[in-house]
Design a protein around this ligand. Structure first.
Ligand SMILES: NC(=O)c1ccc[n+]([C@@H]2O[C@H](COP(=O)([O-])OP(=O)(O)OC[C@H]3O[C@@H](n4cnc5c(N)ncnc54)[C@H](OP(=O)(O)O)[C@@H]3O)[C@@H](O)[C@H]2O)c1
Length: 287
């Protein structure tokens, strides 16, 4: 599957996801660590600047604020792609159903609302089994409350295990940490071979590597910032990057990545700085 992003593409570019005509925007806006009180403003700013894809999670405790931004924005709900994730739940099947419904309702749309993509946040699920959650997500998918179902931080072994019980296989998405210092190549190849869309979290390596000399040389060459080069790298790899920022100028900057293209030499320099698990910001999630 060649999903590389060309220079002519824009923030409105989407890719097909699943087989029901759903499409996913190629660039998302991450809200991890944006405090709930600032999250609505940040999401409104992202929507105003053309983002149509927001990544949140129960863990971030800001689903209601994301939902409020979507409700307040003049952009129609059907033009926005919302992702959330479940990390844990306590209790039995009913509690699990209620837990998922709570997220769907917090994100907007009330009793008829839906989430575009619901992910299992981690295979190391607390207080329940991945299988139970997946089978419940499949039911929500059949009911139209969840348009696509996926996983996050799943390695090849976790994805293979799902074959034992999943009716929806492959999962539509695997969201994993990806940037030049953590490339998870085997897993990426496996996902691409199996038509699993890859969302790249921490595409800016959480902002910790922006002074890297190789990165800065490439940024200077293109008259772009290091953050823009990292987002562009992700897009050209065929991943869907989810950069996070609380600053309006960076919201704009991080979306201004469709007027240049990294050439083969740039890509090969960035490909060459992989540090594997050692380069991960969240090594516990890298298999
Ligand atoms: N599935 C998972 O387990 C998982 C794990 C981690 C993250 N995620 C998702 O992926 C999203 C992104 O990952 P992340 O938040 O860990 O890290 P990231 O997007 O790689 O980096 C965010 C950091 O970079 C800074 N930054 C953003 N734009 C910048 C720019 N143009 N110039 C300089 N610095 C910039 C931000 O600071 P300011 O905010 O101050 O601008 C913040 O400190 C999350 O928000 C979340 O949605 C998922």
């Amino acid at each position: 599957m060649n999903m590389a992003i060309k220079r002519t593409h824009s923030l409105g570019k989407t890719l097909p996801i699943g087989n029901a005509g759903l499409r996913i925007p190629v660039l998302g806006f991450g809200v991890y660590k944006i405090p709930p009180h600032a999250c609505k403003v940040a999401c409104l700013s992202a929507l105003r600047h053309g983002y149509r894809h927001i990544d949140c999670a129960q863990l971030y405790k800001s689903e209601a604020e994301v939902g409020a931004a979507v409700a307040e924005s003049p952009v129609p709900r059907e033009e926005i792609f919302l992702t959330t994730k479940i990390k844990q739940w306590r209790g039995g099947a009913d509690d699990l159903r209620q837990n998922l419904l709570k997220s769907i309702e917090a994100l907007g749309g009330g009793p008829d609302g839906y989430v575009d993509l619901f992910l299992i946040h981690t295979p190391r699920f607390r207080n329940g089994s991945v299988k139970d959650v997946w089978l419940t997500l499949e039911k929500f998918h059949a009911e139209g409350r969840v348009k696509a179902t996926g996983v996050s931080n799943f390695g090849i072994n976790h994805l293979e295990q799902m074959k034992e019980y999943a009716s929806i296989w492959p999962p539509h998405v695997n969201q994993i940490e990806l940037h030049p210092w953590c490339q998870q190549r085997q897993l990426v190849e496996y996902c691409q071979d199996n038509d699993i869309i890859i969302q790249a979290y921490s595409p800016l390596a959480t902002g910790t590597r922006l002074s890297d000399p190789n990165l800065n040389t490439i940024a200077t060459k293109h008259g772009k910032t290091p953050a823009q080069v990292l987002i562009r790298y992700s897009l050209q790899k065929g991943w869907i990057p989810l950069p996070k920022t609380e600053h309006v100028d960076r919201v704009r900057e991080n979306a201004d990545v469709f007027d240049f293209e990294l050439d083969d030499a740039d890509m090969s320099i960035l490909d060459g700085i992989d540090e594997g698990k050692l380069g991960a910001c969240f090594p516990a999630n890298v298999t």
